[in-house]
Ligand binder design. Structure first.
Ligand code: IMP
Ligand code: MG
Length: 178
C-alpha cells in the first residue's frame, strides 16, 4: 500500500457543482411519470450514485449490479464478469446506469447489453469521469461529469487496490504495477 496523498485533479467543490448540474439535467429529461431506476455499478459508483440520486427532483428507485474486470490492479483485461445482477424487475422501466469511470468502454458497453436483456423501456448512462483518449469501443455517455487524460484516479468512490475510495475529491496516483 502506498501512503502518498493523491494530488487533487478535480476538487470537492467542482464535483459537487457538476453533480448538481447533472441531476438538474436528468430531472428535466425524464418525466416524473417515468419509472426511473438508477442502476449503480459497484463498487466505484456508490458515492456518485448517492449524491446524484439525492439531488434529483423526480421519483426514482435504486438498484445495484457488480462487475469485475481489473482483478485488483490497473491493467484492463477487457473481459467483464457479472458478479451480481439487479434484484428488482426492471422490465418496462427507464434504466439509468450510473458508473464511476469509463476507461476503455468495455464495461459500460457490456452493461448496456446486460440491461437491455431485461427489456427495459430505455437505457441511458451516467458516468462521473471518462478517459477520453483511452476508448477502445464506442459507447455513449448521456450524462458525463468530466473528461480527463490517461491517468489513474482515486477518490469519490474510485480506488486503487481498494484504497482511497472515500476521499472527497478526485486525485491522481501513480500505479505501481504498470
Ligand atoms: P473500462 O471497461 O476499461 O471502461 O473500465 C471501467 C472500469 O475500470 C471502471 O468502472 C473502474 O472500475 C475501473 N477503472 C478504470 N480506470 C480507473 C481509474 O483511473 N481509477 C479507478 N478505477 C478505474
Ligand atoms: Mg466501475
Amino acid at each position: 500500500m502506498n501512503n502518498n496523498t493523491p494530488e487533487v485533479l478535480i476538487s470537492e467543490e467542482a464535483i459537487q457543482t457538476r453533480v448538481l448540474e447533472l441531476a438538474e439535467q436528468i430531472s428535466a429529461d425524464y418525466d416524473s411519470a417515468d419509472d426511473l431506476v438508477m442502476v449503480g455499478v459497484l463498487k466505484g459508483s456508490f458515492i456518485f450514485l448517492a449524491d446524484l440520486a439525492r439531488r434529483l427532483s423526480i421519483p426514482r428507485t435504486i438498484e445495484f449490479i457488480a462487475v469485475s474486470s481489473y482483478e485488483n490492479g490497473s491493467v484492463s483485461s477487457g473481459a467483464v464478469r457479472l458478479l451480481m445482477d439487479v434484484r428488482g424487475n426492471i422490465e418496462g422501466k427507464h434504466v439509468l446506469i450510473v458508473e464511476d469511470i469509463v476507461d476503455t468502454g468495455h464495461t459500460l458497453k457490456y452493461l448496456i447489453g446486460m440491461m437491455k436483456s431485461h427489456r427495459p423501456a430505455s437505457v441511458r448512462t451516467a458516468a462521473l469521469v471518462r478517459k477520453a483518449e483511452s476508448a477502445e469501443v464506442d459507447v455513449d455517455v448521456d450524462y458525463l461529469g468530466f473528461d480527463i487524460g490517461d491517468e489513474w484516479v482515486v477518490g469519490y468512490g474510485l480506488d486503487y487496490a481498494e484504497q482511497n475510495r472515500t476521499l472527497p475529491y478526485i486525485g491522481v496516483i501513480k500505479p505501481t504495477d504498470t
